[in-house]
Write a protein that binds this ligand. Structure first.
Ligand SMILES: [Zn+2]
Length: 413
């Protein structure tokens, strides 16, 4: 199968300005990209022509802090967090389709509510049996037994380095891609706990060492500066939140920038501050905890960006006040809160997204996977266009249309 996209602008995922051109897709990959006025037109024989109508073709978006098992989506708000496994599985499958409908062709998981749920979901999607994004699967987020703060997992695998190694081996057996550890608590759930370090240095060292041996990545919830530094010392790959990172932590992040990613998960913070919960739900302490996060993040993230640290959008979507499907809002926050240009925010969600997925995707470039969006208008001027799925004229995942464009025309060979 060959598709030839023409009559459009191309945003290639690097952050460079759009250009007019054509893109040829063969099988699941981009075969060629041609720049109008510079390169010769691409061969049309045997291809299905996709007339872009002057729209923008860009790489599919990558969610860097995904929670497909957090139950709520824009299509269905669910006011329980932990569902029985059957309901949870179906909600996750629905959420996978919802985020893909909104242009997210890849999701890097930041933790699940069931042990194997994301493994099963990832493989069903990969096999073409369910609609959804490419998924780097995780499992239940691990906090040490008895630790307060984050109630997202009830894994009881004991304490100490040997227990951590056992947990990693267990994860390997599940078939996941990455492990999520809670190195600090979380003020939004237990006021004051963001400054608590939940693991010992020896435990984190043992976990990261074993994960390297087993070919797994380690991701971490880190709020306190010492939690960020602990993660950086031992080789955590993706550091989430990092709200209280001090100057030394920023220096350490810069030194490790070739190997790490950061995602502040700002979407959940903005949504917390905006939320207008019904009277029986008290979000007052969550709202209190969110205020200093915004203040700090608006200073920290521009500094990390300046130092060349890879910071990605991805905002803890899946709660009733911050549902899956609204993920595109994070790009707007990068522009309005962190001073990114629209093209830089797009590049963080696409080009850098391919790097966090560790797959050949996120760029419109020959040889890359054909995960593509045809966007009505110019998202490099206004990233808010990506918040309305009606602006996505086409969504292609691995050379197949999840959403087929209106203007398709087959050309005979
Ligand atoms: Zn999260």
């Amino acid at each position: 199968m060959r598709h030839l996209f023409h009559n459009l602008w191309i945003f290639d995922g690097t952050g460079a300005p759009r250009f007019q051109g054509e893109v040829l897709v063969e099988g699941d990959r981009i075969a060629a990209v041609a720049r109008l006025g510079t390169d010769p037109a691409l061969p049309r024989d045997g291809a299905i022509l996709v007339d872009g109508g002057g729209d923008t073709l860009m790489p599919g978006l990558v969610e860097a802090h995904g929670h497909l098992t957090w139950p709520s989506s824009t299509e269905r708000i669910i006011h329980h967090f932990e569902l029985p496994p059957e309901e949870m599985m179906l909600a996750a499958a629905r959420n996978a389709r919802v985020v893909l409908d909104h242009g997210f062709t890849s999701v890097y998981s930041a933790g699940a509510l069931g042990e194997r749920v994301e493994v099963v979901l990832r493989d069903e999607i990969k096999g073409g049996h369910l609609p959804g994004p490419r998924l780097r699967a995780s499992t239940i987020e691990r906090s040490p037994p008895g630790a307060d703060g984050v109630e997202t997992g009830h894994v009881d695998h004991g304490r100490g380095p040997e227990a951590m190694r056992g947990f990693i081996d267990h994860c390997k057996g599940l078939g996941i891609d990455s492990v999520k550890l809670l190195l600090s608590g979380e003020d939004a759930l237990l006021p004051g706990s963001s400054q608590q370090i939940l693991y010992t240095d020896a435990e984190v060292q043992a976990a990261c060492q074993r994960a390297r041996e087993q070919g797994l990545w380690v991701n971490a919830h880190t709020q306190a500066s010492d939690a960020v530094k602990m993660g950086l010392r031992h080789g955590v790959r993706v550091l989430y939140h990092c709200t209280y990172a001090d100057d030394e932590a920023v220096d350490m992040a810069e030194a490790a920038k070739a190997d790490i990613f950061m995602a502040p998960a700002i979407g959940i913070i903005v949504a917390t501050l905006e939320a207008k919960p019904p009277p029986h739900i008290d979000m007052s302490s969550m709202k209190e905890s969110a205020k200093p996060v915004i203040e700090r993040a608006t200073r920290l993230i521009p500094e990390l960006k300046k130092r060349g640290v890879r910071v990605l959008p991805g905002g803890d979507y899946g709660f009733p006040f911050n549902p899956n499907g609204r993920n595109g809002r994070d790009l707007e926050h990068f522009v309005t809160l962190f001073g990114y240009s629209p093209a830089e925010a797009l590049a963080a969600a696409t080009g850098l997204g391919g790097q966090i997925m560790d797959m050949e995707l996120g760029l419109v470039r020959a040889g890359y996977l054909a995960d593509l969006l045809l966007v009505t208008g110019d998202p490099t001027q206004d990233v808010r266009l990506l918040q309305d799925k009606n602006n996505l004229a086409a969504i292609m995942l691995g050379g197949r249309f999840h959403k087929q464009p209106a203007a398709l025309r087959a050309v005979a060979a």
